[in-house]
Design a protein around this ligand. Structure first.
Ligand code: IMP
Ligand code: MG
Length: 176
């Protein structure tokens, strides 16, 4: 049965996202040439972005997945992150690029960065599709950023609301 809810209003089109992902991929490829690059996809929200980004980076690389769950309610991050699925291989000596869907308060990312640094990688950097600077609690460095967005709840291109809309091919805003 089809839902009666209006589809999310388009904020970033498929074409706009695709062009930006290609730019990011080219920049990353230039910066990491000759280095052992590990793309670290933070599940679940980053799976679409990571899949497109990986194919835009013309370099040998590895892909790892990290499952995380933030304690607290659905709309507010507590900053205490539970790792629900760990990496399959060590990252010691590797150049790790964390691939995130969106940086909101920054609490998740600052925690993750700290946890990963304990595993002695050569470097840890961040590539985020979206950033909501107006919501910053813990400032985190984002070395590669797709787009800055206003303080609205976005869905699509991997991002969900109650596990829905991850398969939307664009980034949209939920309309009440
Ligand atoms: P942070 O710890 O507040 O930076 O939380 C970031 C995480 O919250 C993201 O990885 C998303 O899973 C989720 N999140 C934050 N804002 C949104 C949004 O607008 N739409 C969907 N998920 C969001
Ligand atoms: Mg996320």
């Amino acid at each position: 049965m089809r839902s009666m809810v209006a589809p999310p209003a388009e904020l970033l089109s498929q074409a706009v996202i695709s062009a930006r992902v290609k730019e990011l991929g080219a920049q990353i490829a230039a910066d990491y040439a000759g280095k052992s690059l590990v793309l670290l996809c933070v599940l679940k929200g980053s799976f679409v972005f990571a899949a497109d980004l990986a194919r835009a980076i013309d370099l040998p690389l590895r892909v790892e997945f990290l499952g995380v769950r933030s304690y607290g309610d659905d709309t507010r991050s507590s900053g205490v992150v539970q790792i629900t699925q760990d990496l399959t291989r060590p990252i010691a000596g590797d150049h790790v690029l964390i691939v995130e869907d969106i940086v909101d308060t920054g609490l998740t990312l600052s925690y993750l960065r700290e946890q990963l640094l304990a595993r002695m990688p050569a470097t840890v950097k961040v590539c985020a599709l979206l950033h909501k600077p107006s919501r910053t609690v813990t400032p985190v460095e984002i070395e590669y950023l797709g787009f800055t967005v206003a303080d609205v709840f976005v869905v699509g291109y991997g991002l969900d609301h109650a596990e829905q809309f991850r398969n939307l091919p664009y980034v949209g805003v939920l309309t009440p």
